[in-house]
Write a protein that binds this ligand. Sequence first.
Ligand code: CAA
Length: 260
Amino acid sequence: KMSKTVLLEVKNSIGYITINRPEALNALSSQVLTDFNDVLDQVEQSEEIRVVIVTGAGEKAFVAGADIKEMDLMSPIQAFEYMTFANNTFTRLSDLRQPTIAVLNGYALGGGMELALSTDIRIGFEKTVVGFPEVGLGIIPGFAGTQRMSRLIGTSRTKELIFTARTVKGQEAYELGILNKLVSAEELLTSAEELAAAIMKNAPLAVEKAKHVIQVGSELPLKNAIRLETEAEALLFSTEDKVEGMRAFVEKRKPVFNRK
Ligand code: CAA
């Protein structure tokens, strides 16, 4: 199909996902969610992609939310299906084995904020605008924003943001812990690429396991989560990268990792 609403480009082991519907500020229509799933299929199957960077096409927005014009016409059952589809999609994103970075190049509202919350690391700039406008539309965040934001910055701050529907700009978003980094407009993409490079210097399977243990462990009782960590750690002792990493330290040289 010619005009995809979600693009994937692979360069230097980085998978660049671009939400490409700038005429609607990249709002998450059902078509966008379908195309996003196709891109996730490719990322999951790729042997080349080691870090994923997600951003929005155009000058103004990362993603301005769920598609309000589509939701305007939905029955409760259709809304249930739409929210479920989006949540399955975002959970797939959050479960990717590769580390993911969201570059918030403008508005990240409602569903756009929720998309960003499903990545591992968020980078913004002064013109980044985040927030949950939903209660102003008579609904609540429906793509897991109530849950993922609470887990990131706590329930009380999340309640304030959701109850007031106020928007928050780059600096405050950084102070709240929604953004990992606040950079200049020119540095938005390069800082994500520098972060990707810093990640890719390390043993790929170790990074993958670290993400898995953090993700899965956060939903387990502490005791079970620590056990999961111990088992993952032991498994990594079976890898060539562990042998190489420690040998390189002893031999006072830089390790050369090869994914095994
Ligand atoms: N859904 C559908 N279309 C949208 C959209 C959205 N979320 N956001 C923007 N658009 C469309 C606009 O309708 C407009 O299209 P037309 O030219 O056909 O009228 C186009 O994108 C450009 O938008 P604006 O003219 O509004 O641009 P602006 O610069 O004046 O304002 C904005 C920017 C403040 C982000 C404004 O577009 C806005 O408020 N958008 C909606 C934000 C929002 O409420 N998001 C939450 C949605 S609810 C949700 O996400 C629910 C959930 O969790 C499941």
